[in-house]
Design a protein around this ligand. Structure first.
Ligand SMILES: [Zn+2]
Length: 115
């Protein structure tokens, strides 16, 4: 069963939130969280790291959004880049720039199945 992509939110998603304006990279969210997210609340992506799709039992993207009290004080997301797939495979290469205690870190991961 699909639930809202915000961590631990049990609501049924009634809408989607675009991770990147202008892209089709979306995650399902409930009505309440969509309003909060589009209102400019802080959020960060959790998960989605190199899990093969067949092992991903939760949802198609494998991504959760951390918000509010779940956000760490550090390691905030300060940049975000998405590259559409080159070639035959469907998916996105996602690159995150994170403000970590020991300096800026770059995390890259791969998402498949997003259309
Ligand atoms: Zn929600």
């Amino acid at each position: 069963m699909t639930t809202c992509s915000v961590l631990r939110c049990p609501e049924t998603p009634a809408s989607v939130f675009k991770l990147m304006p202008g892209s089709n990279l979306e995650v399902p969210v409930c009505t309440g969280h969509k309003g909060v997210l589009e209102g400019g609340a802080h959020w960060m992506v959790h998960g989605g790291t190199s899990v093969p799709p067949e092992n991903d039992a939760q949802e198609s993207t494998g991504i959760s959004l951390l918000m509010g009290a779940d956000l760490p004080d550090r390691n905030r997301l300060i940049g975000f880049g998405v590259s559409p797939t080159i070639g035959d495979e469907l998916g996105f290469a996602v690159e995150l720039n994170i403000d970590a205690p020991n300096g800026q870190q770059r995390v890259a991961f791969w998402m498949t199945g997003c259309r």
